[in-house]
Design a protein around this ligand. Structure first.
Ligand code: SF4
Length: 423
Protein backbone atom coordinates (compact mmCIF):
# COMPACT_ATOMS: atom_id res chain seq x y z
CA UNK A 1 0.00 0.00 0.00
CA UNK A 2 1.36 3.42 -0.90
CA UNK A 3 0.17 6.29 1.20
CA UNK A 4 0.92 9.91 0.69
CA UNK A 5 -0.21 13.04 2.48
CA UNK A 6 -0.78 16.31 0.70
CA UNK A 7 -1.42 19.37 2.84
CA UNK A 8 -2.54 22.53 1.09
CA UNK A 9 -2.46 25.97 2.71
CA UNK A 10 -5.96 27.39 3.43
CA UNK A 11 -7.35 29.94 0.96
CA UNK A 12 -10.96 30.92 0.27
CA UNK A 13 -12.71 31.45 -3.03
CA UNK A 14 -15.51 34.01 -3.45
CA UNK A 15 -17.80 31.21 -4.62
CA UNK A 16 -15.99 28.46 -2.76
CA UNK A 17 -17.55 25.05 -2.11
CA UNK A 18 -18.46 25.88 1.49
CA UNK A 19 -20.62 28.80 0.28
CA UNK A 20 -22.52 26.92 -2.45
CA UNK A 21 -25.42 25.79 -0.23
CA UNK A 22 -25.99 29.32 1.04
CA UNK A 23 -25.74 30.74 -2.49
CA UNK A 24 -28.27 28.16 -3.64
CA UNK A 25 -30.63 29.40 -0.91
CA UNK A 26 -30.06 33.09 -1.70
CA UNK A 27 -27.91 34.50 -4.53
CA UNK A 28 -27.19 37.66 -2.50
CA UNK A 29 -25.47 35.76 0.29
CA UNK A 30 -21.97 36.95 1.20
CA UNK A 31 -20.22 35.44 4.20
CA UNK A 32 -19.55 37.69 7.21
CA UNK A 33 -15.86 38.31 7.74
CA UNK A 34 -16.08 37.96 11.50
CA UNK A 35 -15.44 34.63 13.14
CA UNK A 36 -17.30 33.14 16.11
CA UNK A 37 -16.41 30.97 19.07
CA UNK A 38 -18.26 28.06 17.44
CA UNK A 39 -16.35 28.50 14.16
CA UNK A 40 -13.02 28.65 15.98
CA UNK A 41 -13.88 25.57 17.99
CA UNK A 42 -14.78 23.76 14.76
CA UNK A 43 -11.45 24.74 13.19
CA UNK A 44 -9.61 23.50 16.29
CA UNK A 45 -11.40 20.12 16.23
CA UNK A 46 -10.70 19.78 12.49
CA UNK A 47 -7.01 20.41 13.21
CA UNK A 48 -6.94 17.68 15.86
CA UNK A 49 -8.59 15.19 13.47
CA UNK A 50 -6.10 16.13 10.76
CA UNK A 51 -3.13 15.76 13.13
CA UNK A 52 -4.27 12.35 14.31
CA UNK A 53 -4.80 11.03 10.77
CA UNK A 54 -1.48 12.43 9.55
CA UNK A 55 0.33 11.19 12.67
CA UNK A 56 -0.91 7.64 12.13
CA UNK A 57 -0.26 7.65 8.37
CA UNK A 58 3.24 9.03 8.94
CA UNK A 59 4.27 6.20 11.29
CA UNK A 60 6.87 3.79 9.98
CA UNK A 61 5.13 0.85 11.57
CA UNK A 62 1.41 1.35 11.92
CA UNK A 63 -0.66 -0.34 14.59
CA UNK A 64 -4.35 0.09 15.27
CA UNK A 65 -5.62 3.50 14.18
CA UNK A 66 -8.24 3.59 16.93
CA UNK A 67 -5.66 2.81 19.62
CA UNK A 68 -3.42 5.54 18.24
CA UNK A 69 -6.41 7.92 18.26
CA UNK A 70 -7.15 7.10 21.93
CA UNK A 71 -3.52 7.84 22.85
CA UNK A 72 -3.68 11.17 21.02
CA UNK A 73 -6.94 12.07 22.77
CA UNK A 74 -5.47 11.12 26.14
CA UNK A 75 -2.56 13.47 25.43
CA UNK A 76 -5.07 16.28 24.80
CA UNK A 77 -7.14 15.61 27.92
CA UNK A 78 -6.17 18.95 29.41
CA UNK A 79 -7.06 21.05 26.37
CA UNK A 80 -10.18 19.28 25.07
CA UNK A 81 -13.40 18.72 26.99
CA UNK A 82 -14.85 15.21 27.28
CA UNK A 83 -17.58 16.20 24.82
CA UNK A 84 -15.03 17.51 22.31
CA UNK A 85 -12.98 14.31 22.59
CA UNK A 86 -16.14 12.25 22.10
CA UNK A 87 -17.01 14.28 18.97
CA UNK A 88 -13.55 13.59 17.53
CA UNK A 89 -13.76 9.93 18.55
CA UNK A 90 -17.09 9.43 16.77
CA UNK A 91 -15.81 11.23 13.67
CA UNK A 92 -12.64 9.17 13.39
CA UNK A 93 -14.36 5.88 14.23
CA UNK A 94 -16.44 6.43 11.08
CA UNK A 95 -13.38 6.54 8.84
CA UNK A 96 -11.11 4.13 10.77
CA UNK A 97 -11.81 0.84 8.99
CA UNK A 98 -11.48 2.31 5.49
CA UNK A 99 -8.35 4.26 6.40
CA UNK A 100 -6.68 1.28 8.07
CA UNK A 101 -7.55 -1.55 5.71
CA UNK A 102 -8.51 -0.13 2.35
CA UNK A 103 -7.01 3.25 1.42
CA UNK A 104 -4.05 3.30 -0.95
CA UNK A 105 -3.84 7.09 -0.92
CA UNK A 106 -4.78 9.47 1.89
CA UNK A 107 -5.19 13.22 1.48
CA UNK A 108 -6.08 15.62 4.28
CA UNK A 109 -7.20 19.23 3.81
CA UNK A 110 -6.82 18.70 0.09
CA UNK A 111 -7.51 21.66 -2.17
CA UNK A 112 -9.80 20.72 -5.08
CA UNK A 113 -11.23 22.97 -7.79
CA UNK A 114 -13.99 22.66 -10.40
CA UNK A 115 -12.70 23.08 -13.96
CA UNK A 116 -14.62 24.92 -16.68
CA UNK A 117 -14.58 23.57 -20.26
CA UNK A 118 -11.99 26.26 -21.20
CA UNK A 119 -9.63 24.96 -18.51
CA UNK A 120 -10.14 27.84 -16.06
CA UNK A 121 -11.17 27.27 -12.45
CA UNK A 122 -14.81 27.86 -11.51
CA UNK A 123 -14.05 27.71 -7.80
CA UNK A 124 -12.22 25.62 -5.21
CA UNK A 125 -12.42 24.35 -1.67
CA UNK A 126 -10.65 22.10 0.84
CA UNK A 127 -11.75 18.55 1.58
CA UNK A 128 -11.17 17.30 5.13
CA UNK A 129 -10.23 13.79 4.05
CA UNK A 130 -9.97 11.87 0.78
CA UNK A 131 -9.29 8.14 0.71
CA UNK A 132 -8.58 6.53 -2.65
CA UNK A 133 -8.48 2.79 -3.34
CA UNK A 134 -10.29 0.18 -5.42
CA UNK A 135 -13.68 -1.49 -5.27
CA UNK A 136 -14.04 -4.63 -7.41
CA UNK A 137 -10.80 -3.62 -9.10
CA UNK A 138 -12.12 -0.17 -10.08
CA UNK A 139 -10.56 3.05 -8.71
CA UNK A 140 -12.90 4.68 -6.19
CA UNK A 141 -12.65 7.63 -3.80
CA UNK A 142 -14.26 8.29 -0.43
CA UNK A 143 -14.50 11.94 0.40
CA UNK A 144 -15.30 13.04 3.97
CA UNK A 145 -16.38 16.38 5.37
CA UNK A 146 -16.40 16.75 9.18
CA UNK A 147 -19.02 19.09 10.61
CA UNK A 148 -18.77 19.92 14.31
CA UNK A 149 -21.75 22.30 14.41
CA UNK A 150 -24.98 21.56 16.24
CA UNK A 151 -27.36 22.06 13.34
CA UNK A 152 -27.85 19.52 10.58
CA UNK A 153 -26.39 20.41 7.20
CA UNK A 154 -28.09 19.44 3.93
CA UNK A 155 -28.07 15.71 3.28
CA UNK A 156 -25.17 14.62 1.07
CA UNK A 157 -27.42 13.85 -1.91
CA UNK A 158 -28.42 17.53 -2.26
CA UNK A 159 -25.42 19.17 -0.60
CA UNK A 160 -23.69 21.35 -3.19
CA UNK A 161 -20.54 21.62 -1.07
CA UNK A 162 -20.02 17.85 -1.15
CA UNK A 163 -21.19 17.52 -4.77
CA UNK A 164 -18.72 20.29 -5.72
CA UNK A 165 -15.87 18.44 -4.01
CA UNK A 166 -16.87 15.21 -5.73
CA UNK A 167 -17.14 16.85 -9.13
CA UNK A 168 -13.71 18.48 -8.78
CA UNK A 169 -12.15 15.18 -7.76
CA UNK A 170 -13.71 13.28 -10.65
CA UNK A 171 -12.43 15.97 -13.04
CA UNK A 172 -8.86 15.83 -11.74
CA UNK A 173 -8.64 12.05 -11.26
CA UNK A 174 -9.94 10.73 -14.56
CA UNK A 175 -9.35 7.11 -13.57
CA UNK A 176 -12.02 7.31 -10.83
CA UNK A 177 -15.33 5.60 -11.61
CA UNK A 178 -17.19 7.08 -8.70
CA UNK A 179 -16.84 9.17 -5.55
CA UNK A 180 -18.69 8.50 -2.31
CA UNK A 181 -19.31 11.74 -0.43
CA UNK A 182 -19.95 11.58 3.33
CA UNK A 183 -20.78 14.30 5.84
CA UNK A 184 -19.99 13.31 9.43
CA UNK A 185 -21.83 15.33 12.09
CA UNK A 186 -21.05 13.75 15.47
CA UNK A 187 -22.96 16.31 17.49
CA UNK A 188 -26.27 15.79 15.74
CA UNK A 189 -25.79 12.14 14.77
CA UNK A 190 -26.42 13.09 11.18
CA UNK A 191 -23.95 11.17 9.01
CA UNK A 192 -25.18 11.13 5.41
CA UNK A 193 -23.59 9.73 2.23
CA UNK A 194 -24.21 9.75 -1.48
CA UNK A 195 -22.45 8.37 -4.54
CA UNK A 196 -21.48 10.59 -7.44
CA UNK A 197 -20.69 8.50 -10.55
CA UNK A 198 -18.72 9.93 -13.46
CA UNK A 199 -21.88 9.98 -15.62
CA UNK A 200 -23.33 12.72 -13.36
CA UNK A 201 -20.54 15.24 -14.05
CA UNK A 202 -22.53 17.35 -16.61
CA UNK A 203 -25.63 17.55 -14.37
CA UNK A 204 -23.74 18.61 -11.24
CA UNK A 205 -21.52 21.02 -13.18
CA UNK A 206 -24.62 22.65 -14.72
CA UNK A 207 -26.30 23.10 -11.32
CA UNK A 208 -23.23 24.59 -9.65
CA UNK A 209 -22.56 26.87 -12.62
CA UNK A 210 -26.16 28.13 -12.44
CA UNK A 211 -25.80 28.85 -8.67
CA UNK A 212 -22.59 30.80 -9.19
CA UNK A 213 -23.82 32.74 -12.23
CA UNK A 214 -27.01 33.71 -10.37
CA UNK A 215 -24.95 34.96 -7.42
CA UNK A 216 -23.09 37.33 -9.77
CA UNK A 217 -26.36 38.88 -10.98
CA UNK A 218 -27.07 42.03 -8.92
CA UNK A 219 -30.76 41.80 -9.88
CA UNK A 220 -31.24 38.21 -8.78
CA UNK A 221 -34.03 37.95 -6.24
CA UNK A 222 -32.79 37.66 -2.68
CA UNK A 223 -34.47 35.09 -0.48
CA UNK A 224 -34.71 35.19 3.30
CA UNK A 225 -33.40 31.86 4.51
CA UNK A 226 -31.12 30.18 7.07
CA UNK A 227 -28.13 31.78 5.33
CA UNK A 228 -29.20 35.23 6.64
CA UNK A 229 -27.65 34.30 9.99
CA UNK A 230 -24.20 34.24 8.43
CA UNK A 231 -24.67 36.91 5.76
CA UNK A 232 -22.71 40.15 5.67
CA UNK A 233 -25.77 41.90 4.16
CA UNK A 234 -28.03 41.00 7.10
CA UNK A 235 -27.91 44.49 8.66
CA UNK A 236 -29.15 46.38 5.59
CA UNK A 237 -30.61 43.80 3.21
CA UNK A 238 -33.84 45.13 1.66
CA UNK A 239 -35.30 41.63 1.36
CA UNK A 240 -34.61 40.84 5.01
CA UNK A 241 -35.83 44.25 6.19
CA UNK A 242 -39.08 43.85 4.21
CA UNK A 243 -39.54 40.35 5.55
CA UNK A 244 -38.92 41.50 9.11
CA UNK A 245 -41.30 44.44 8.67
CA UNK A 246 -44.01 42.04 7.49
CA UNK A 247 -43.47 39.98 10.63
CA UNK A 248 -43.51 43.14 12.72
CA UNK A 249 -46.88 44.04 11.21
CA UNK A 250 -48.34 40.90 12.74
CA UNK A 251 -47.32 42.16 16.16
CA UNK A 252 -50.00 44.68 17.06
CA UNK A 253 -49.42 46.59 13.80
CA UNK A 254 -46.18 48.05 15.02
CA UNK A 255 -44.67 50.57 12.59
CA UNK A 256 -41.96 49.43 10.24
CA UNK A 257 -38.38 50.29 11.11
CA UNK A 258 -36.58 52.11 8.28
CA UNK A 259 -33.28 50.38 8.97
CA UNK A 260 -32.04 47.46 11.00
CA UNK A 261 -28.44 48.56 10.95
CA UNK A 262 -27.49 49.22 14.58
CA UNK A 263 -25.16 52.11 13.89
CA UNK A 264 -27.92 53.96 11.99
CA UNK A 265 -30.52 53.83 14.79
CA UNK A 266 -30.03 56.81 17.09
CA UNK A 267 -33.47 57.15 18.72
CA UNK A 268 -33.84 54.85 21.75
CA UNK A 269 -37.56 54.38 21.04
CA UNK A 270 -36.77 53.19 17.55
CA UNK A 271 -34.07 51.05 19.13
CA UNK A 272 -36.56 49.44 21.54
CA UNK A 273 -38.93 48.70 18.63
CA UNK A 274 -36.12 47.33 16.52
CA UNK A 275 -34.98 45.11 19.36
CA UNK A 276 -38.57 43.96 19.86
CA UNK A 277 -38.68 42.81 16.22
CA UNK A 278 -35.28 41.21 16.27
CA UNK A 279 -36.13 39.06 19.27
CA UNK A 280 -39.11 37.67 17.40
CA UNK A 281 -37.85 37.57 13.88
CA UNK A 282 -34.38 36.56 12.92
CA UNK A 283 -31.26 36.38 15.08
CA UNK A 284 -29.27 37.99 12.29
CA UNK A 285 -29.30 41.52 13.61
CA UNK A 286 -26.32 41.41 15.89
CA UNK A 287 -25.51 45.01 15.12
CA UNK A 288 -28.79 46.12 16.72
CA UNK A 289 -28.07 44.16 19.87
CA UNK A 290 -24.57 45.56 20.22
CA UNK A 291 -25.59 49.16 19.56
CA UNK A 292 -28.62 48.85 21.88
CA UNK A 293 -26.41 47.67 24.75
CA UNK A 294 -24.10 50.62 24.20
CA UNK A 295 -27.08 53.00 24.17
CA UNK A 296 -28.42 51.55 27.43
CA UNK A 297 -24.95 51.71 29.01
CA UNK A 298 -24.97 55.43 28.26
CA UNK A 299 -28.14 55.67 30.33
CA UNK A 300 -30.62 56.11 27.48
CA UNK A 301 -33.86 54.24 28.27
CA UNK A 302 -34.79 51.63 25.69
CA UNK A 303 -38.55 51.87 26.00
CA UNK A 304 -41.57 52.83 24.02
CA UNK A 305 -45.31 52.79 24.69
CA UNK A 306 -47.50 51.50 21.94
CA UNK A 307 -51.16 50.38 21.88
CA UNK A 308 -51.16 50.33 25.66
CA UNK A 309 -48.08 48.18 25.83
CA UNK A 310 -44.82 49.29 27.28
CA UNK A 311 -41.89 47.78 25.41
CA UNK A 312 -38.85 48.20 27.57
CA UNK A 313 -35.37 46.73 27.83
CA UNK A 314 -33.45 46.92 31.09
CA UNK A 315 -29.65 46.74 31.11
CA UNK A 316 -28.50 43.76 33.16
CA UNK A 317 -25.06 42.55 34.05
CA UNK A 318 -24.02 38.95 33.73
CA UNK A 319 -20.97 38.35 35.90
CA UNK A 320 -18.32 35.81 35.00
CA UNK A 321 -18.43 32.48 36.86
CA UNK A 322 -16.69 32.26 40.21
CA UNK A 323 -13.48 30.25 40.32
CA UNK A 324 -12.60 27.91 43.15
CA UNK A 325 -9.10 27.77 44.65
CA UNK A 326 -6.96 24.58 44.91
CA UNK A 327 -8.93 21.49 45.99
CA UNK A 328 -6.70 20.54 49.01
CA UNK A 329 -7.17 24.00 50.53
CA UNK A 330 -10.91 23.84 49.94
CA UNK A 331 -10.99 20.44 51.65
CA UNK A 332 -9.24 21.95 54.67
CA UNK A 333 -11.86 24.68 54.79
CA UNK A 334 -14.86 22.34 54.76
CA UNK A 335 -13.67 18.95 56.08
CA UNK A 336 -15.10 19.34 59.58
CA UNK A 337 -18.58 19.38 58.02
CA UNK A 338 -18.21 17.09 54.99
CA UNK A 339 -16.00 14.62 56.92
CA UNK A 340 -15.92 12.02 54.10
CA UNK A 341 -13.08 12.86 51.62
CA UNK A 342 -14.71 10.57 49.03
CA UNK A 343 -17.76 12.82 49.01
CA UNK A 344 -15.52 15.82 48.55
CA UNK A 345 -13.50 14.28 45.74
CA UNK A 346 -16.71 13.48 43.88
CA UNK A 347 -17.67 17.15 44.09
CA UNK A 348 -14.36 18.59 42.91
CA UNK A 349 -14.95 17.72 39.28
CA UNK A 350 -18.42 19.24 39.26
CA UNK A 351 -17.07 22.36 40.91
CA UNK A 352 -19.09 24.90 42.79
CA UNK A 353 -22.75 23.91 42.41
CA UNK A 354 -22.34 20.36 43.61
CA UNK A 355 -20.04 21.29 46.45
CA UNK A 356 -22.59 23.85 47.63
CA UNK A 357 -25.32 21.21 47.65
CA UNK A 358 -23.16 18.74 49.56
CA UNK A 359 -22.15 21.30 52.13
CA UNK A 360 -25.67 22.68 52.61
CA UNK A 361 -27.20 19.21 53.09
CA UNK A 362 -24.46 18.05 55.48
CA UNK A 363 -24.39 21.27 57.47
CA UNK A 364 -28.17 21.46 57.69
CA UNK A 365 -28.41 17.89 59.02
CA UNK A 366 -25.63 18.68 61.51
CA UNK A 367 -27.49 21.80 62.72
CA UNK A 368 -30.78 19.89 63.03
CA UNK A 369 -29.16 17.09 65.05
CA UNK A 370 -27.63 19.62 67.48
CA UNK A 371 -30.69 21.86 67.55
CA UNK A 372 -28.40 24.66 66.45
CA UNK A 373 -29.45 28.27 65.91
CA UNK A 374 -27.86 30.95 63.76
CA UNK A 375 -25.68 33.66 65.36
CA UNK A 376 -28.80 35.83 65.45
CA UNK A 377 -30.62 33.15 67.44
CA UNK A 378 -32.88 32.19 64.51
CA UNK A 379 -33.71 28.73 63.14
CA UNK A 380 -30.80 27.28 61.16
CA UNK A 381 -32.00 27.01 57.54
CA UNK A 382 -30.42 25.68 54.37
CA UNK A 383 -29.97 29.26 53.22
CA UNK A 384 -27.96 29.92 56.40
CA UNK A 385 -25.84 26.87 55.57
CA UNK A 386 -25.24 28.22 52.07
CA UNK A 387 -24.25 31.66 53.36
CA UNK A 388 -21.91 30.02 55.86
CA UNK A 389 -20.32 27.94 53.10
CA UNK A 390 -19.57 31.03 51.02
CA UNK A 391 -18.35 32.98 54.04
CA UNK A 392 -15.92 30.22 54.96
CA UNK A 393 -14.45 30.01 51.48
CA UNK A 394 -14.31 33.78 51.17
CA UNK A 395 -12.61 34.12 54.58
CA UNK A 396 -10.01 31.60 53.43
CA UNK A 397 -9.58 33.44 50.09
CA UNK A 398 -10.66 30.30 48.22
CA UNK A 399 -13.46 31.72 46.09
CA UNK A 400 -13.23 34.59 43.69
CA UNK A 401 -15.04 36.03 40.69
CA UNK A 402 -13.08 37.54 37.78
CA UNK A 403 -13.68 41.26 37.41
CA UNK A 404 -15.24 40.94 33.96
CA UNK A 405 -18.86 41.06 32.85
CA UNK A 406 -20.90 40.84 29.67
CA UNK A 407 -24.02 42.90 29.17
CA UNK A 408 -27.39 41.78 27.89
CA UNK A 409 -30.86 43.28 27.62
CA UNK A 410 -33.76 41.67 29.43
CA UNK A 411 -37.15 42.36 27.90
CA UNK A 412 -39.77 43.76 30.28
CA UNK A 413 -43.23 43.81 28.76
CA UNK A 414 -46.01 45.49 30.72
CA UNK A 415 -49.49 46.60 29.80
CA UNK A 416 -49.91 50.32 30.40
CA UNK A 417 -53.15 52.21 30.79
CA UNK A 418 -52.67 54.58 27.87
CA UNK A 419 -53.35 53.45 24.35
CA UNK A 420 -51.62 56.34 22.69
CA UNK A 421 -49.12 55.74 19.96
CA UNK A 422 -46.02 57.27 21.38
CA UNK A 423 -43.38 56.63 18.78
S1 SF4 B 1 -29.47 38.81 4.34
FE1 SF4 B 1 -30.35 39.24 2.34
S2 SF4 B 1 -28.73 38.80 0.87
FE2 SF4 B 1 -28.13 37.86 2.81
S3 SF4 B 1 -28.88 35.75 2.67
FE3 SF4 B 1 -30.48 36.95 3.69
S4 SF4 B 1 -31.84 37.62 2.07
FE4 SF4 B 1 -29.96 36.94 1.10
Amino acid sequence: MTTEIVIAPRQHHEHGMSKLNHLADCPGFRRKEETSAAAEEGTGLHDVCQNIIEGWVGMEVRGSFLEYMELCLLGRKEILSEEQRESIRQTLQTIARRLENWAEEVYTEEKVGILCPDGSNLNFGHVDLILIGKINGKPWAFLYDFKFGRTLVRAAISNYQGLGYGLALLQSRTELECVTITFIQPRVLGTTSTELPRSQIPVVYGEILRIIERSKDPNAERKVCDACKYCAHAGNCAALTAWTASIAASYHNLPAIPTFHGSEITDPKQMALALYFVKRAEPAFDSVRKAAVEMAKMGMPLEVTFHGQLIKFDLKERRADRILGPAPLIWEAVQDVLKDPVLFTGAVDVVLGRLETLYVEARYQQAMANDEKTDEGKKFTKKAALLEFHRRLEDAGLISRPDTATYYLKEVNQQTEQHAIDV
